[in-house]
Design a protein around this ligand. Sequence first.
Ligand SMILES: [Zn+2]
Length: 138
Amino acid sequence: MADVFSKSVRSEIMGRIRGVNTRPEMMVRSFLHIRGFRFRLHAKALPGKPDIVLPRYKTAIFVHGCFWHGHSDCKRSALPSSHRGFWSRKISGNKKRDSDQIRALRSLGWCVLVIWECETKKADLLSARLKVLRRNKR
Ligand SMILES: [Zn+2]
């Protein structure tokens, strides 16, 4: 079947689809590691397979790409100029799925943190976002 997208658009789409072990995720992991936090990765048994799970803190962390997960009011989440309808549907679908997964985790008693890609660029911002962990220690 012919691809409905041109080669360049298709490669854009594929490039936007990030797998595990992305750079922002590695930033958060090393941040936690340096501070002595113990964590597990990609907890498959939990809703949404959180990227990082800290069982002692009953905290699950998602490291979200700003574009792919639709970070509101963020430069990085701007839609491409072509196929806006496609992207807009795609991103709202992702956001809906994210919020369903977060709700499911919270109903299981987990504290859920979403760290955005753009927040991993600044150590002080990341540190502020992760402060909640101290409070969650069991
Ligand atoms: Zn962002």
